[in-house]
Design a protein around this ligand. Structure first.
Ligand code: GLN
Length: 573
């Protein structure tokens, strides 16, 4: 048996836990192996998904994984960025406002993301400039190389020892000026870490030119050449394509891009994003990665992914869900929400058809026309006055017509406003976010609250920085028995992630409860109202947190599961 065959034999037959074979050079004392994922040709090729899918495959082979995204933009974090431009801001347990790729990483694997898993150019420079001001560079001239690149390397190396494999995704496209320090840092890291401890995967596009009836490899060749000019020879190419790529094209790319043919992996468009790990596996991507990283494991258990994809592709039922929000033009703005609804569908063997309805349109036309075709109505999180009255109209329609309703964050706050106005008859009730002088501020800026995660008393001030006043990250919530919430979670205490400034005003709690609103979840000190619902309704629930951040395809979130279930029951009426 040749060495190669012997290796394959071992890959297929070792079923025990992963054996990570270390290199023998003395400088390699670290445990974690690093995979760097770059992107070429153009953006939006799905680098984040590719990284997440690689993570899923490595986990299915018994390895532990972690991730990091390095974003070349200058904002310190995406917290203040417009979701139109940047897509969703994903929130972690520790309260980091991060890139939406963190969401993919968590949904595909068991990795838990935090502050240290997402860095931007802004954050790196912020740290270097603070050190310079403190005199830490001892009077030296502070430069991109080595100071910025060292700071990037230190950020990456924080992950050393936290998992068997760390997958580091470089945002943007090779050739971008702003991405250069990151590319340089990962080039140096291969030298520092040694071969077998660092691997470069380059994701490119192989476009199909209709007029010629051909797929073209030139953009890939150019992008690899640019990477080579920056000092990086990719080990593996992952080629996004609409049509199957034949062997001769793989040969060509292997030849021109200086990689072995079995390291040219095609990533053809798939029906559901959860098929990507299976497709990569068929292409041999996981075996190739392990071979190059010198890691031996058993063969992967991909059955959960096969089952999942089967369920998604063969639903028994379907429901129509209306989402009334401000950022309806881009599904990227509500990425996790969109996925969590799909997961809720998986749990009910149901295809979930999403209908994004502009809240502003609802203000003008009659709500009925737009909403009447839907089996469930969801009002997601949001900031700012625009469309607020339209969302309130949608909530009113759901409440009065007994259509399953799910309000998330702003959606919950507006459900409280709607109920106060139309049931409690506080006709001018509002959130102070929209009308600071409202006579009935049912949602307001709470002055003081106990912060369970940081174990301190927090104070809120109207004049503080916008970012500074947000309640961010995971907080505990105690559930009330015999409610929709406790039926869903089947436990009495939960932890969910938050991102908001305003809170339910306890001055109105008794009045709302007397009029039939149920507070089914609150902070352990009972000060912060976290979930409200209605008794006389098939399924009406609003939560102050964002449950979508914790939903995964393999473990759909209980609230999304039950909301889709209620919508499905409604669709049969
Ligand atoms: N704008 C509201 C607040 O700041 C809700 C935020 C959200 O929905 N994430 O409290």
């Amino acid at each position: 048996m040749g060495i190669r065959k012997f290796k394959i034999f071992l890959f297929q037959n070792l079923t025990s836990i992963a054996i990570v074979a270390g290199m023998t050079t003395s400088k390699n004392t670290q445990r974690t192996k690093f995979i760097f994922v770059t992107g070429g040709v153009l953006s939006s090729l799905g680098k984040g998904l590719a990284a997440a899918a690689i993570g899923a495959l490595l986990e299915s082979r018994g390895l532990s994984v972690t991730f990091q995204k390095l974003d070349p933009y200058i904002n310190v974090d995406p917290g203040t960025m417009n979701p139109f431009q940047h897509g969703e801001v994903f929130v972690t347990d520790d309260g980091a406002e991060t890139d939406l790729d963190m969401g993919h990483y968590e949904r595909y694997t068991n990795a838990v993301m935090s502050q240290k898993n997402n860095y931007t150019t802004g954050r790196i420079y912020h740290s270097v400039i603070s050190k310079e001001r403190r005199g830490e560079y001892l009077g030296g001239t502070v430069q991109v190389i080595p100071h910025i690149t060292d700071e990037i390397k230190a950020a990456v190396l924080q992950l050393d020892g936290t998992a068997d494999v760390a997958i580091i995704e470089i945002g943007g496209t090779v050739g971008d000026i702003e991405g250069l320090p990151f590319i340089e840092a990962i080039r140096q890291l291969r030298v520092d870490l040694g071969r077998g401890y660092a691997l470069y995967i380059h994701l490119t596009l192989v476009p199909y030119i209709k007029a010629a009836g051909e797929v073209k490899t030139k953009p890939t060749q150019h992008s690899v050449r640019k990477l080579q000019a920056d000092g990086i020879q990719p080990d593996i190419l992952v080629c996004r394509t609409e049509v199957p790529i034949d062997d001769s094209l793989k040969d060509k790319m292997a030849l021109f891009c200086n990689v072995p043919k079995d390291a040219v992996i095609t990533a053809i468009d798939v029906d559901t994003i959860y098929e990507v790990p299976l497709h990569f596996h068929q292409e041999g991507l996981d075996s190739k990665i392990l071979e190059l990283l010198n890691v031996w494991t058993g063969s992967p258990d991909i059955r959960p992914w096969v089952n999942l994809v089967n369920k998604i592709k063969n639903p028994k039922h379907s429901v129509n869900i209306a989402i009334t929000g401000k950022y309806i033009d881009l599904t990227e703005s509500y990425k996790s929400l969109h996925e969590a609804l799909v997961h809720g569908g998986i749990a009910n063997e149901t295809r979930v058809n999403l209908h994004y309805i502009s809240a502003e349109d609802l203000e003008e036309s009659g709500a009925e026309e737009l909403l009447s075709k839907c089996d469930g109505i969801l009002v997601p999180g949001g900031f700012g006055q625009r469309g607020a009255e339209g969302k309130i109209k949608a909530i009113n329609y759901a409440r009065v017509n007994k259509i399953p309703f799910f309000g998330i964050c702003l959606g919950m706050q507006l459900a409280v406003v709607e109920y106060s106005r139309n049931v409690v008859k506080l006709t001018k009730a509002n959130s102070t976010e929209f009308v600071s002088t409202t006579p009935d501020p049912v949602i307001y800026l709470i002055k003081e609250w106990y912060d369970y995660r940081n174990e301190i008393i927090q104070t809120r001030d109207e004049n503080a920085d916008f970012g500074g006043t947000l309640r961010l990250g995971a907080y505990p919530c105690v559930l009330k028995e015999n409610t929709l919430a406790s039926a869903a979670y089947k436990t009495d205490e939960i932890s969910e992630r938050h991102r908001h400034r305003y809170e339910f005003n306890n001055a109105y709690r008794e009045q709302l409860e007397e009029n039939g609103m149920v507070v089914s979840g609150a902070s352990p000190d009972n000060n912060l109202v976290e979930i409200v619902e209605l008794e006389d309704h098939p399924w009406f629930l609003g939560c102050q947190f964002h449950p979508e951040f914790k939903s995964k395809p393999m473990t759909p979130h209980p609230l999304f599961r039950d909301f889709i279930k209620a919508a499905l029951e409604n669709s049969k009426k």
